[in-house]
Design a protein around this ligand. Structure first.
Ligand SMILES: Nc1nc2c(ncn2[C@@H]2O[C@H](COP(=O)(O)OP(=O)(O)OP(=O)(O)O)[C@@H](O)[C@H]2O)c(=O)[nH]1
Ligand SMILES: [Mg+2]
Length: 508
């Protein structure tokens, strides 16, 4: 039976959106037949999907970088770009997905559950789609957005029903081998088991899984030995079984004192799954006690001698031998009953939605809110604009093309960014950053007076960017107030256009 890799860091990137095309139809005798640049295709997503065909995270250990396919660019002649293929990564049941900082993203327990962990960028609109009544033949297209890049942590907590804990060499792996078809490594030196083993037990009608963890020693909770690190593998198990060595040669050890030691270590364990609904701390799970190695005469004597003290813990006690299989059938059926009782007591789990896109996933602002605030950066006052849409628009803009920049200005104006800037006290010429200070685009604010469309000169240019006269701050202020009055009228006009369906905006 496969042992499993417990934790892996995965670097995922959505496919880039293809750029839109700017193209003009050419017909005989009709050199300018209208815009016919197609849209770019969307980039593919990177998706995790819970599969019962996968039992380990080993594949991601070997290949931790995964990227979805890019969308292809739009073409002239209304050629649409092709969408990039999604990359679907199968993960085992019980995989927990976390942010790089450790915060929980998703807990994947249902076969078929899908989580988008890196979104593909959207394809850019071609100039055909950008045409409006006023902007009949746009000389630009929107760029495709880059795919999202993320680092996530996958953790596999085995969903074993029964977890075996105990000192090294107590016979945990031997018990798994004796009770199931699993063949873990067994040897007479401590820490033979380095990663947990998992076996499937069939007891009459009931089937359950059983897992061991590397041996625990005193001080495990302070990092001694290997064991505590692996307790998270058994965090979902319904029953915890103490495996006690009745025939240890170490003079200071015996089953009762070993049991107490392990209980103390379990009590120290602090789970980070505690935040999940229905989580029961390890120390409160049902228990059973297994006294092993009674095939050895000294072991059998010891088991009998301590029987009363062991029963006093209040948990069922089994005396067994993993070597001769004595007592194993009884143990196997008793564990099956405990597992079944636990299963019966579980509340009905609501089926998980097939596609999960939790807020945390994507890392971007999901809501429609746009904020503007004055910030100070490197001794300079800046007006910072944040919001999903304006930041997205920046990514779509080809800043080498003035007409494209004019289109961006119109979008920002229409979304109310200009009003917000004015409210925040920005004056024409003040620096404005859209997005984060580090990655955002910074420019001097030139409020739009008209919708931009009237100002269009030759394709690819925008008259607002011609001339480039430098004005004093006082002049700018006066001119700004004039513009603000004219602006409302311009905006009303734009709205009428839009209501009439001539305005095209991918976000609306
Ligand atoms: N005589 C006897 N020996 C046993 C029995 N069970 C296990 N052993 C022996 O004890 C030694 C340790 O057994 P393992 O199953 O590897 O012990 P473990 O608890 O998995 O040990 P770690 O993986 O190191 O934590 C091996 O030499 C086994 O052959 C038993 O019932 N009787
Ligand atoms: Mg072992």
């Amino acid at each position: 039976m496969a042992s499993f890799v417990d934790r892996v860091t995965l670097y995922v990137t959505g496919g880039n959106g293809g750029h839109g095309a700017a193209s003009i139809r050419r017909e005989k005798y009709k050199p300018l037949g209208g815009p016919d640049g197609g849209n770019g295709g969307d980039g593919g997503n990177v998706i995790l999907e819970v599969s019962d065909q996968t039992t380990s995270l080993l594949d991601y250990h070997h290949l931790p970088h995964r990227k979805a396919e890019n969308g292809t660019p739009g073409l002239g002649g209304d050629g649409e770009g092709r969408n990039g293929e999604d990359v679907v990564l199968p993960v085992p049941i019980g995989t927990v997905v976390k942010e790089a900082d450790g915060s929980l993203i998703a807990d994947l327990t249902e076969v078929g559950t899908r989580v988008v962990i890196a979104e593909g960028g959207r394809g850019g609109l071609g100039n055909a789609a950008l045409a409006s009544r006023k902007r009949k033949a746009p000389g630009f297209a929107l760029k495709g957005e880059p795919g999202e890049e993320r680092t996530v942590i996958l953790e596999l907590k085995s969903v074993a029903d029964v977890a075996l804990v105990g000192f090294p060499s107590a016979g945990k792996s031997s018990l798994i081998a004796a009770m199931s078809a699993a063949r873990p490594k067994i040897a007479d030196y401590p820490f033979t088991t380095l990663v947990p083993n998992l076996g499937v037990v069939q007891a009459g009608e009931i089937r359950y899984t059983i897992a061991d963890v590397p041996g625990l020693i005193p001080g495990a909770s302070e990092g001694k030995g290997l064991g505590l690190e692996f307790l998270r593998h058994i965090e979902r198990s319904s029953v915890i079984v103490h495996v006690l060595d009745a025939a240890t040669f170490e003079p200071e050890r015996d089953p009762v004192s070993d049991l107490k030691t392990i209980e103390e270590e379990l009590a120290q364990y602090r789970s980070d799954l505690g935040e999940l609904e229905g989580y029961v701390p390890l120390g409160e799970r049902p228990r059973a006690i297994v006294v092993n190695k009674i095939d050895i005469p000294d072991g059998r004597d010891m088991a009998h001698m301590q029987s009363e003290e062991l029963h006093a813990f209040g948990w069922p006690v089994f005396e067994v031998s993993a070597v001769t299989h004595e007592g194993l059938k009884e143990l196997s059926f008793a564990l099956a009953k405990m597992v079944q009782d636990h299963r019966d007591s579980m509340p009905e789990i609501e089926p998980a939605p097939t596609v999960l896109r939790p807020q945390a996933i994507g890392g971007r602002e999901r809501d429609e809110v746009i904020t503007v605030r004055k910030v100070s950066h490197a001794g300079q006052d800046l007006f910072q604009v944040r919001g999903r849409k304006p930041e997205r628009w920046i990514l779509q803009t080809d800043f080498a093309n003035d007409e494209a920049v004019g289109y961006l200005a119109d979008r920002l104006s229409l979304a109310g960014v200009e009003d917000l800037l004015a409210q925040a006290g920005a004056l024409p010429g003040d620096p404005v950053v859209i997005g984060s200070i580090e990655d955002g685009v910074i420019f001097d604010w030139e409020p739009t007076m008209e919708t931009g469309a009237e100002l269009l000169g030759p394709r690819g240019s925008d008259m607002r960017f011609e001339g480039g006269e430098r004005l004093t701050r006082r002049e700018r202020k006066a001119r700004f107030h004039e513009r603000m009055d004219a602006k409302q009228a311009a905006r009303d006009e734009l709205w009428m256009d839009r209501e009439a369906g001539v305005w095209t905006d991918p976000d609306e």
